[in-house]
Design a protein around this ligand. Structure first.
Ligand code: SAM
Length: 217
């Protein structure tokens, strides 16, 4: 991912969803940190995000020809039917408005080839990063309602058939308060409280991640 983060989540997705040699669509790529890691495992990748600033940032980097970034939302039809072997939502389903989550999954199913897979990487409900989100309004703050709703939508969607679920931990190293502030933009508390919190956690925060893999009906 980036220099602050260590995680085994993408290698495990690659193995469990058999990414090798596959055409992949990443939904909600943001600035492309996870895109770079996913690209090591598949044959080509299209990465979409409606955030123009994030895509502009991502495309300033040097990328191989096997990746394409596009500004766009999974709630709009963007690709022909049967374009991809695997669609991966990377921490993005819970960011889609509740009323549109089902449509997002419907569109993801439409662009999949027969026998394709849909993967949802979502935040889990444990870890000191979640504590920082709740205590300091860090990151996107308290998203527990949207996360639970996203899980309900994916596990009850009529076009998805459940294959596999697993958990992995991500670790975020913050050697100083400047990086903590830049990365997590805390909205509550102050430097002393943030520092106490970071020291208590040995300058490293953890986040449980849940991965769900589905086939399509
Ligand atoms: C928490 S960020 C995840 C960034 C990155 N994928 C990662 O794993 O760290 C969630 C991303 O989902 C994107 N997103 C929100 N609604 C979306 C939609 N309708 N279609 C695609 N992406 C969307 C947001 O713009 C944001 O970049």
């Amino acid at each position: 991912m980036n220099r602050l983060t260590t995680s085994n989540v993408v290698p495990r997705i690659a193995e469990s969803a058999s990414l090798s040699g596959k055409k992949v669509l990443e939904v909600g790529c943001g600035k492309g940190f996870r895109t770079a890691e996913l690209l090591r495992y598949c044959s080509s990748l299209v990465a979409i995000d409606p955030d123009k600033g994030a895509i502009a940032w991502a495309t300033t980097g040097k990328w191989p020809e096997t990746v394409a970034f596009q500004v766009g939302s999974i709630t709009d039809p963007m690709f022909p039917k049967a374009s991809f072997d695997v669609v991966i939502f990377t921490l993005s389903l819970h960011h889609i408005p509740e009323a549109h989550m089902g449509l997002a999954i419907h569109n993801a199913v439409s662009v999949l080839k027969p026998e394709g897979k849909i993967v949802f990487l979502e935040p889990g409900s444990e870890g000191s990063l979640l504590e920082a989100e709740l205590l300091f309004g860090a990151g996107d703050g308290d998203e527990r309602t949207q996360r639970n709703f996203a899980y309900e939508v994916m596990t009850t969607h009529p076009r998805l058939s459940f294959r596999k679920e697993f958990y992995e931990e991500e670790r975020f190293r913050y050697p100083n308060i400047r990086l903590f502030r830049e990365h997590l933009t805390p909205k509550l508390g102050g430097i002393e409280e943030w520092l106490r919190f970071l020291v208590k956690h040995n300058l490293e925060l953890t986040a449980k991640r849940r991965v769900d893999i589905f086939g399509v009906k």
